[in-house]
Design a protein around this ligand. Structure first.
Ligand SMILES: Nc1ncnc2c1ncn2[C@@H]1O[C@H](COP(=O)(O)OP(=O)(O)OP(=O)(O)O)[C@@H](O)[C@H]1O
Length: 271
């Protein structure tokens, strides 16, 4: 057998076609806001080191599902969740789960950049401090620098680390929020329309960053932009009226979806 040829064939295999381990799974997820049901028996797998895009018309339940993945809905009094959601096969709604620790493992970036009213440095150091990930100044310095590097922001801010984070541009603030999420070493990063408040250049930078982050993190992103879903994700899940219509590889979803509702949505016929 020619080993070199085998290696070359192996390398030529599109990495995205290889089976990926499961990172998170939603099983029969039902969500109610008071009497109103917002999600109906959603079953969705989130694969490791992939970007999964959640798409669908306004009000279909994308953000609701996203927020279930790190129990952000716990903060809404009238919200009730049924079914099961796992992270590495562990039920995240198990009463023994420490929610603060869960949210460090499953971080979140919001629609509007929301840096703390503190310095750039403190925005990043805050999480590691409350989670006890560092104690000496040199350790914090290292986390701050490496998080900003990974978020593609270090060179732009290295001379102003002690100036307020709120003084940065919108796009820089969003990358600061991504750096803040990264600082506590998450495994999954949830992004709820992270570019909707950004201009096209800042959006392009964040999209590039999302593509780089996939190497080390699992990402779930809610987006209204079909172009963005096509550009950044490997998997796409289509929601409609609280139901998961279908999900699959992004290229298939955008070229040959199984369901007419997906076809109509991606071609702009509704939503
Ligand atoms: N805090 C809340 N209280 C009551 N109802 C809510 C709450 N949050 C969401 N809903 C309802 O749940 C349904 C799903 O909302 P959700 O925000 O998840 O949809 P979405 O697909 O993310 O919408 P959009 O694209 O407009 O952000 C909607 O009918 C919405 O009105």
């Amino acid at each position: 057998m020619n080993m070199l040829t085998d290696a070359a064939v192996e390398e030529a295999l599109d990495a995205s076609q290889k089976p990926r381990p499961l990172k998170m799974r939603g099983e029969n997820v039902r969500v109610f806001y008071g009497e109103k049901q917002a999600l109906f028996d959603v079953n969705l797998d989130v694969l490791e080191n992939q970007v999964t895009a959640l798409i669908g018309p306004s009000g279909c339940g994308k953000s609701t599902f996203l927020r279930c993945l790190n129990r952000m809905n716990d903060t809404i009094d009238i919200c009730r969740i049924e079914g099961r959601i796992t992270l590495d096969e562990q039920d995240i709604y198990d009463p023994r789960i420490d929610v603060v620790e869960l949210r460090a493992r499953v971080g979140m970036v919001f629609q509007k950049p929301n840096p703390f009213p503190k310095s750039i440095y403190e925005n990043i150091a805050y999480g590691p401090r409350i989670h006890g990930l560092a104690s000496k100044k040199a350790e914090f310095d290292e986390i701050v620098e490496s998080s900003l590097q990974k978020a593609g922001l270090f060179n732009e801010v290295k001379d102003r680390l002690h100036e307020p984070g709120t003084g940065l541009s919108g796009g820089q603030q969003q990358r600061l929020c991504i750096a803040r999420a990264i600082a506590v070493s998450p495994e999954v990063i949830l992004m709820d329309e992270p570019c909707s408040a950004l201009d096209p250049i800042a959006t392009a930078k964040v999209e590039e960053l999302i593509d780089e982050l996939r190497e080390n993190y699992t990402i779930v992103i809610v987006t209204h932009s079909m172009q963005q879903a096509a550009r950044v994700s490997q998997r796409t899940a289509m929601f409609h009226l609280g139901n998961l219509v279908e999900e699959g590889p992004t290229d298939k979803m955008f070229t040959n979806p199984d369901d007419k509702r997906t076809q109509d949505y991606i071609t702009g016929r509704f939503g």
